[in-house]
Design a protein around this ligand. Sequence first.
Ligand SMILES: O=C(O)CCC(=O)C(=O)O
Ligand SMILES: [Fe+2]
Length: 342
Amino acid sequence: MNMEGAGQNPSLSRPLVFADHRTQSTFDQIPIIDVQSIYSKDPSVRRALADEIRDACINVGFFYVKNHSIPPATLNKTLSAAKQFFSLPLSSKAPLDIHKSPNFKGYTALLGENTNPENRGDLHEGFDIGWEETSGSTRANDGAMTGQNVWPEDLPGFREDVLEYYHAAVHLGKALFPIFALALDLPEDFFDDKTTKPAAIMRLLYYPPQTGNVDDRVEGIGAHTDYECFTILWQDQIQALQVLNTEGKWIDAVPIPGSLVVNLGDQFARWTNDIFKSTVHRAVNRSGVERYSIPLFFGTDYDVKLEALPSCVSEDRPAKYEVVTAGDYVKSRLEATYAHSK
Ligand SMILES: O=C(O)CCC(=O)C(=O)O
Ligand SMILES: [Fe+2]
């Protein structure tokens, strides 16, 4: 194999700088990947899965995962909790407003967020939480993102149900990190010391239907990229999510029962100097009925520096991004998203 361009990483067998050549192609479909083998003890099985994921990361930035092992009952409980929460009167939700939190936890009202600066606000309500043990302890020392979750007082069982899915999704995310490392031809444990205290933000999202005369600058969630390494998204069966391909065409991420969507975010784009794609997406709910989704954004620990991997940098392809810590980066992106409703 031609090792030229392998950068400063002598152990790299397939120089990732060359992988970029394949990204001239576009995509019309989002691949479906069976992730049952993430827990396999057989290295060749894990390598095969990593190769499939590598392809999706380089060419699409999105893939569905099936056989992800999160029990449907866990999901259903969280979905019911979300439905109950969003149907509360505004007077019960407003005290939890995200603007009152030092670290962007709590409730986002309709039009409270504006992910696409060209738009007038996003037509969804949201509820954001970060890491919390079921026993109640949270962490100190999360740098820019330090702070507590806030919970509604008048919904018994809500916190427990939401945390059950949160922990299940974090477990899946922890199992995916070694596969992403393999996909980058890194040792499988590369991210272990960078994900010691999961920096994972989960959101419950509610999208009312947009009917009648629709203002094109009000979308469920405007065109954006995600901020962390990757997102694990549960969506209900209502079509709304769309992904922008390299020809500028919106591709529907059609809901597939039992699957989750995984998409890469800007932290991975920074680690890989844009070889892994953080693909633009949006959600527009013109179905006539309500829609719910639950993204979990999984990044590295907030004190970790986001720095391009040597294998993704070469003389022809210098590092594109300045080095920042994950916490400062996520916080700055959240500040921009919520600035318009301050
Ligand atoms: O609701 C969805 O399908 C997408 C949500 C999303 O893109 C986000 O919250 O970043
Ligand atoms: Fe997103």
